[in-house]
Design a protein around this ligand. Structure first.
Ligand code: ADP
Ligand code: MG
Length: 502
């Protein structure tokens, strides 16, 4: 207490090590005071070290000071991490002390105006994984590890020379030209720091140079992707599977997320942030009541994210109904990470490209029929872009993909979209010679259970019936306990063609 009365307000031994840290730790101490015991003094190890090493290594004061600073900072961070853990305990909502950390020069370069907003139901993986990227080991056993007892001077010089091997971006000063003796302890911690920084940096830069991701996405997206690698969610981003009008799809090796393993192979579906392509798709989302309120308030970049979010939600419903489809790993802004349908980097073929014998084709047809029914009746969804382009053939099964535009049947254009889906499916299978394939109309009825009479093969008449039946459709949905929503604005955009994105 005597010390605290000093105008400098800090414990005496800490003062030479780091004044900024002092300030930080004081703030933190205050903050933690209510929760825990007083924040433990951080200054001791550094001070100890200072005393222990001062004698042999005084050749460059500045350098020493910097190294000590670094060591001090790391010590601080370790302590902070322990405090954070203690503070958060098992609480579901955790407070991150990240911003108080001293050693974290390797990220935080974006985030700025649009903060990181994980929409995964699990915790923020970056936060969780960060401790792994910084060596968590402190500097235990101080003094014990010093192996220099026999010849501190020679050893110190050798260490100084070895510093030359550090990566070029590590500024080692001009200690090499001086007769600087570096203790093993300082050298080792410096080396450890350099190694971890190097590994981190290599991980990032490797990807930058080798990935085809480079060309296909904007810098902001690239950064998000690297962050996923850096956080360990992905091991590696390998290359582009598909470049469509609205999205770019990459193959990547999965890492782990919050201790849960990510599938070995995943895809990143990056929704394109060039807006033109999306204009004609507005109606899929604008009139989707689930997104309606939010739509009008959003800027274009956020609207793109809605697409990704929509796909995630739709895939979730499909998974519940056990429809074969990619499993969502996580959503980050406009990037959706999901399981890869395929094997050993080779994506499953689209139904249009799959080499199927007539038996397989017939199977596939019945699977598609069943899936459409499940989608409509269990998931309360209409795919709205269903065709042989958006179905994959994998392990003897048809897998449904590309559901960002899928809507609920009560969507003002829901049945229209469904009718188009039915036409695509019927046409495809009939062309491939599946004699069991129903007509568009029969398929439509089979999927909806609406039983619109098909007296004529006249599409206009059928569509009229269909519109009339919309009321019935809503009753139908209500009977199954689903909510209905007022149907309002109409917009008469042209129907989309099946997406020929390759
Ligand atoms: P788009 O809206 O651009 O058509 P898709 O979701 O259809 O986006 O993806 C484009 C292509 O990428 C697909 O046709 C398919 O070949 C491939 N693809 C997409 N998702 C996966 C996945 N989970 N596994 C394997 N391939 C996929
Ligand atoms: Mg597609």
């Amino acid at each position: 207490h005597e010390l605290m009365e000093s105008p400098w307000g800090s414990a005496a031994p800490a003062a030479p090590a780091c004044s900024l840290s002092e300030v930080m730790s004081e703030q933190l101490a205050k903050q933690l005071d209510e929760e825990n015991a007083v924040f433990p003094a951080l200054s001791d190890p550094a001070a100890e070290l200072l005393l222990a090493d001062e004698a042999p290594d005084t050749a460059s004061d500045l350098m020493l000071a910097q190294m000590l600073q670094m060591q001090f900072d790391r010590e601080f961070d370790d302590q902070l991490r322990r405090e954070e853990k203690k503070f958060n305990g098992d609480s579901k909502v955790s407070i991150s002390f990240e911003n108080y950390r001293m050693v974290h020069p390797y990220d935080d370069s974006d985030s700025s105006e649009d903060e990181v907003d994980w929409q995964d139901t699990r915790h923020d993986p970056y936060r969780a994984d960060k401790p792994q990227t910084t060596p968590r080991k402190g500097f235990t056993g101080k003094g014990k590890n010093i192996t220099t007892k026999h010849d501190e001077v020679t050893c110190g010089r050798k260490n100084t020379a070895r510093m030359d091997n550090f990566a070029p971006e590590v500024h080692v000063g001009d200690g090499l030209g001086m007769d600087l003796k570096l203790s093993n302890q300082v050298f080792n911690s410096l080396k450890r720091h350099c190694y971890s920084e190097q590994r981190r940096s290599a991980r990032l830069h490797e990807k930058k140079e080798h990935s085809t991701a480079e060309q296909a996405v904007d810098p902001r997206t690239r950064l998000l992707m690297y962050k996923m690698v850096n956080a360990g969610v992905l091991e590696n981003i390998n290359g582009c599977i598909s470049t469509g009008k609205e999205s770019v799809v990459f193959h990547a090796d999965g890492g782990s997320l919050e201790e849960q393993p990510v599938p070995d192979e995943v895809v990143l579906k990056v929704f394109k942030t060039t807006l033109n392509e999306f204009k004609n798709r507005d109606r899929y989302i604008k009139d989707d009541y689930r997104f309606k309120d939010r739509f009008s308030k959003l800027n274009p970049r956020k609207i793109i994210r809605l697409w990704a979010e929509k796909e995630m939600h739709n895939l979730g419903r499909m998974k519940k109904a056990e429809i074969p489809c990619p499993e969502v790993v996580l959503l980050k802004k406009h990037i959706l990470v999901m399981s890869f349908i395929g094997k050993d980097h080779i994506p499953a073929p689209k139904l249009k490209d799959a080499m199927l014998n007539s038996e397989d084709l017939k199977n596939a047809y019945y699977q598609v029929l069943h899936m459409m029914q499940q989608l409509y009746q269990e998931c309360n969804l209409v795919h709205a872009d269903l065709s042989e382009y958006n179905m994959l053939w994998h392990e003897g099964k048809v897998w449904l993909i590309d559901v960002s535009q899928s809507v609920e049947p009560t969507h003002p254009h829901g049945l229209e979209f469904l009718f188009r889906d039915c036409r695509n499916v019927s046409t495809f299978f009939q062309k491939r010679g599946v004699s069991e394939a129903m007509s568009t109309y029969d398929l439509f009825n089979a999927v909806t259970g609406l039983n619109i009479p098909v007296g004529t093969e006249d599409e206009a008449e059928f569509m009229a019936e269909q519109l009339e039946s919309r009321g019935r459709n809503e009753d139908h949905i209500q009977k199954r306990g689903k909510k209905t929503f007022p149907v309002t604005s109409e917009d008469g955009g042209p129907p989309l063609e099946p997406d020929a994105d390759d």
